[in-house]
Design a protein around this ligand. Structure first.
Ligand SMILES: [Zn+2]
Length: 119
């Protein structure tokens, strides 16, 4: 007596080897991507981009530069869409933190970089 099993991706009745899990390589890869790769990939992409932002700010700050043109920071590979937190100050200016570094928009084209001391 054999136990019927079905492809978890498309529902096709499996035939052939009893340990077969998917009907095809396509279904195996598609199922795997849906259940493991995609969320992990997105998560990893954000972490990598945040880490790169921090490396860029660290390098510029430690070289003694505090004000930088927005276009130059972008050319270095800085992703302005990502930050680790946002500081709203009483003077209505906004600081965007990337771990211990903070960028503030001085003007439309100039960015100020600061290092925030941890408590
Ligand atoms: Zn299938």
């Amino acid at each position: 007596m054999s136990i019927k099993s079905y492809c978890p991706e498309c529902g096709t009745l499996l035939s052939g080897r009893s340990d077969k899990k998917y009907c095809s390589s396509y279904c195996r890869v598609t199922f795997h991507n849906k259940h493991t790769t995609r969320p992990e990939t997105q998560y990893q992409k954000i972490l990598v981009a945040l880490r790169l932002n921090r490396i860029i700010l660290c390098r510029i700050y430690e070289a003694g530069t505090r004000k930088i043109k927005r276009t130059k920071l972008k050319a270095e590979g800085y992703d302005f869409n990502l930050c680790t937190s946002v500081l709203y100050r009483l003077d209505k200016t906004i600081g965007y933190l990337c771990f211990e570094y903070k960028i503030s928009i001085v003007s439309e084209s100039v960015i100020l970089i600061d290092k925030v001391e941890s408590n």
